[in-house]
Design a protein around this ligand. Structure first.
Ligand code: ATP
Length: 646
C-alpha cells in the first residue's frame, strides 16, 4: 500500500515535475514574451513619443503651412489678378498688334499703290513727254506752215494791192473812157443830129459814119477790158478772203496747240510734283535718312588749279539731278543721292526741295536737317545764307518764314500754334547757350568750364537741355532778331577766344505746339536745323595749340557721328550715342522716329577732292541708314510742355 502510495506519489511528483518543467518553460516563454512585449511596449511608447513629437511638429508645420497656404493663396489671388490684367493687356496687345498689322498692310498697300501711282505717273509722264515732243513737232510744222501762209498771204496781199491799183487805174481809165464815150456819145448824138439834119438835108457823109463805127468798137473793147478787170478783182478778193480764212484757222490751231502745250507742261509739272511727293512718302515709309548734296560754285578766292574739273554730273535720265561724279587721279567715283544741287542752284531752289519737310514739323513730326561738309564748302551759306542779301537767305530764315505763314493760313481751320526757340553751340564738347543774357556762364575761362548743361531724353523721345534759354516767339522777325543775337554771341566768342564760328556745331531748335480749338487735337512738332563744324583732317588743317584742341574735339564728335551712323546702318544692338554731346543730343533724330535730312556740302576745288570724296562716302553711308518710320506726335489737349529737341 505504502509502496503503491509511494509509486503514486513518485508518479505524481514526476507528473508535477513535468508540469513544473512545463510551467517553467511556459514561464520562461511568458517571461520572454513579456520581455519582448515590454521592449515592444517601450518601443511603442518611444514611437508614441516620437509620433507625438512628430505630430506636434506636423501640427506646427501644418500651422506654418496653413500660414504659407494663406500667403500663397493671397499671392495666388494677386497672381490671378495679375494674370487677368496680363490677359487683358495681352488682349489689348493682340488688338494693337492686329491693328498694327492692319496699319502695316495698309501701309504696304499704300506703298504698293504709291509704287503703282509712281509707275503710272512715270508712264504718264513719258507719254506726256512724248506727246509734248509730238506736239512741239506739230507746233513747229504748223508754225512753218503759218509763216509760209503768212508769206503767201503777204504775197497775195501784194498781188491784191497791185490788182487793186491796177483796177483803180483801169477804173480811172474806164472813167476816162466813159467820159470819152459820153463825150463821143454826145458828139455822136450831135453828129447823129447833124447826120439826121444832113440826112434831112439828104446829104450822107460816109466819113462820119466810119468815125462813129470805130468809136463804137473802141467803146466795146473798153467794156470788155473793164469786165476782165472786174473779174480779176473779184477773184483776187476771193483769194484774199480764202487766205484770211486759212490764216484765222491756223491762228486758232496755233492757239489750241499752245493751250495744249501749256496744259501738257502744267500736267508735267504737276506729275513731277506728285512724283516728288510720292518719292518722299516712299522714303518716309522706308525710314531712311535722306541726303541732299550741294556743290558750291567756284569762288574768286579759290586757288585756281590746272588740274581741270573734278566734279561732273551724269546726264542720263536715271541719274539726272541725283548723281555726282568725282574724279581723283584720273579715277571716277560715282555717287547717287536723293538730290544733287549743282553750283548754279539758287537758295530758293534748294528751299523748295525741303519745304515739305519743314511743313511736317507743323503737322507734329520731329524734323532734323543738318549740314555736313569740310570747312568752306557752303554749310553756313546753305543754312543761314549771305547776311544782308534777301535773295540769298538760307534755309533757316526761309523755313521760319514758311512756318509763320502757314500758321497764319491754318488759323481759319481752328489751329493755334505756339512756338519756342533755343539756340546752342557745342564747342570743344561743351554746350554753350547762345541766347543766354548772361553770356559768361557758359564760357570756358582759362580752361575751367563754366555752367554745365546736361542733356536728358524722356520716355517720349523728347530731349531737354537743362538751364537752356527758351524763348516764346510770335513772328519770323522775332526769330531773326534772336538769330542775330546768337550770331553776335558766337562772334563775341570769336574775338575773345580767337575761335571761328565754324569751329563749333550750331543747333537751332524750334518746338511747335499746335492745338485745334474745334477738334481739341494737339500736335507737337520739333524742327532742328544744324550747321555742323567743318570736317577736315588734322594733317590738312595744320592746327596747333588751341586750334589743335578744337580740331580734335570736332573730329571726335564727327567721328562719333560716323560711328553712330555705321552702327545704325549695321543694325547693331548697341549704338554709341553717348560718345559725344552732338550724337547724344541728336539721338532721337538719328535713332528714332524723326524725319532726318542731311546736306552734304562739297567744294568744287581740285585741291579739296580728297576731303570731298570722304564727305561723299560718309554721306552715302548715311543715305543707306534706316532709322525707322517717322512718328507724328498727335494727341488730345493736355497741359503745357516745355521745349525739347527731338
Ligand atoms: N552756293 C553758294 N553760292 C555762292 N557762294 C557760296 C555758296 N556756298 C558757299 N558760298 C560762299 O563760300 C564761302 C564759304 O561758305 P561757308 O562759310 O558757308 O562755308 P562753311 O562750310 O560753312 O564753312 P565753315 O565750316 O568754315 O563754317 C562763303 O563766302 C560763302 O558765301
Amino acid at each position: 500500500m505504502y509502496f503503491l502510495v509511494e509509486v503514486a506519489l513518485k508518479n505524481k511528483d514526476e507528473e508535477l515535475n513535468l508540469i513544473i518543467l512545463e510551467l517553467r518553460k511556459s514561464l520562461a516563454s511568458l517571461q520572454e514574451k513579456l520581455a519582448k512585449e515590454e521592449s515592444e511596449k517601450k518601443a511603442a511608447v518611444d514611437s508614441l513619443a516620437k509620433e507625438k513629437e512628430a505630430r506636434i511638429n506636423t501640427e506646427r508645420s501644418q500651422a506654418s503651412l496653413s500660414e504659407e497656404l494663406d500667403k500663397v493663396r493671397g499671392e495666388l489671388d494677386g497672381a490671378n489678378q495679375r494674370i487677368a490684367s496680363i490677359n487683358d493687356m495681352y488682349k489689348l496687345l493682340q488688338e494693337y498688334n492686329s491693328s498694327l498689322q492692319l496699319y502695316n498692310s495698309k501701309l504696304q498697300t499704300d506703298l504698293d499703290a504709291a509704287h503703282e501711282t509712281i509707275k503710272r505717273g512715270e508712264k504718264e509722264r513719258s507719254a506726256i513727254v512724248e506727246n509734248l515732243h509730238n506736239l512741239r513737232g506739230q507746233h513747229k510744222s504748223l508754225r512753218d506752215q503759218l509763216t509760209s501762209s503768212i508769206a503767201s498771204q503777204d504775197e497775195t496781199m501784194k498781188q491784191k494791192d497791185a490788182l487793186v491799183n491796177e483796177v483803180a487805174c483801169l477804173r480811172m481809165e474806164l472813167r476816162q473812157i466813159r467820159d470819152d464815150r459820153d463825150l463821143y456819145q454826145q458828139q455822136v448824138q450831135t453828129l447823129t443830129a447833124e447826120v439826121s439834119k444832113y440826112k434831112e438835108l439828104a446829104t450822107n457823109s460816109s466819113e462820119l459814119e466810119e468815125k462813129c463805127l470805130s468809136q463804137g468798137n473802141q467803146i466795146q473793147i473798153l467794156h470788155d477790158q473793164l469786165a476782165v478787170a472786174e473779174r480779176k478783182l473779184q477773184m483776187s478778193d476771193m483769194s484774199a478772203l480764202e487766205t484770211r480764212f486759212e490764216f484765222e484757222g491756223q491762228k486758232k490751231l496755233i492757239n489750241e496747240l499752245q493751250n495744249r502745250l501749256e496744259d501738257a507742261e502744267f500736267k508735267l509739272t504737276e506729275g513731277e510734283k506728285l512724283r516728288k511727293k510720292l518719292h518722299n512718302t516712299i522714303l518716309e515709309l522706308k525710314g531712311n535718312i535722306r541726303v541732299f548734296c550741294r556743290v558750291r560754285p567756284q569762288l574768286p578766292d579759290d586757288c585756281s588749279s590746272n588740274q581741270g574739273k573734278v566734279v561732273s554730273y551724269p546726264t542720263s535720265m536715271e541719274y539726272l539731278g541725283r548723281g555726282i561724279d568725282m574724279t581723283q587721279n584720273g579715277q571716277k567715283h560715282s555717287f547717287t543721292f536723293d538730290k544733287v544741287f549743282m553750283p548754279d542752284a539758287s537758295q530758293e531752289e534748294v528751299f523748295v526741295e525741303i519745304s515739305q519737310l519743314v511743313q511736317s514739323a507743323l503737322d507734329g513730326y520731329k524734323v532734323c536737317i543738318f549740314a555736313y561738309g569740310q570747312t568752306g564748302s557752303g554749310k553756313t551759306y546753305t543754312m543761314m545764307g549771305r547776311p544782308g542779301q534777301p535773295e540769298e537767305k538760307g534755309l533757316i530764315p526761309r523755313s521760319l518764314e514758311q512756318i509763320f505763314q502757314t500758321r497764319q493760313a491754318l488759323q481759319p481751320q481752328g489751329w493755334r500754334y505756339e512756338m519756342q526757340v533755343s539756340m546752342l553751340e557745342i564747342y570743344n564738347e561743351t554746350i554753350r547757350d547762345l541766347l543766354s543774357t548772361n553770356r559768361d556762364v557758359s564760357r570756358i575761362e582759362n580752361g575751367v568750364a563754366g555752367k554745365q548743361y546736361t542733356i536728358k531724353h524722356d520716355a517720349n523721345g523728347n530731349t531737354q537741355v537743362s538751364d537752356l534759354t527758351i524763348v516764346d516767339v510770335q513772328s519770323s522777325r522775332e526769330v531773326s532778331y534772336l538769330l542775330d543775337r546768337a550770331a553776335q554771341s558766337r562772334s563775341v566768342g570769336k574775338t575773345q577766344m580767337n575761335e571761328q564760328s565754324s569751329r563749333s556745331h550750331f543747333v537751332f531748335t524750334m518746338r511747335i505746339t499746335g492745338v485745334n480749338e474745334s477738334t481739341e487735337q494737339q500736335v507737337q512738332g520739333v524742327l532742328n536745323l544744324i550747321d555742323l563744324a567743318g570736317s577736315e583732317r588734322l594733317s590738312k588743317s595744320g592746327s596747333t595749340g588751341d586750334r589743335l584742341k578744337e580740331t580734335q574735339a570736332i573730329n571726335k564728335s564727327l567721328s562719333s557721328l560716323a560711328d553712330v551712323i555705321f552702327a545704325l546702318a549695321k543694325k547693331e544692338d548697341h549704338v554709341p550715342f553717348r560718345n559725344s554731346k552732338l550724337t547724344y543730343l541728336l539721338q532721337p533724330c538719328l535713332g528714332g522716329d524723326s524725319k532726318t535730312l542731311m546736306f552734304v556740302n562739297i567744294s568744287p576745288e581740285p585741291s579739296s577732292v580728297g576731303e570731298s570724296l570722304c564727305s561723299l562716302r560718309f554721306a552715302a553711308r548715311v543715305n543707306a541708314c534706316e532709322i525707322g518710320t517717322p512718328r507724328r506726335q498727335l494727341n488730345m489737349r493736355t497741359s503745357d510742355s516745355r521745349l525739347s529737341y527731338g
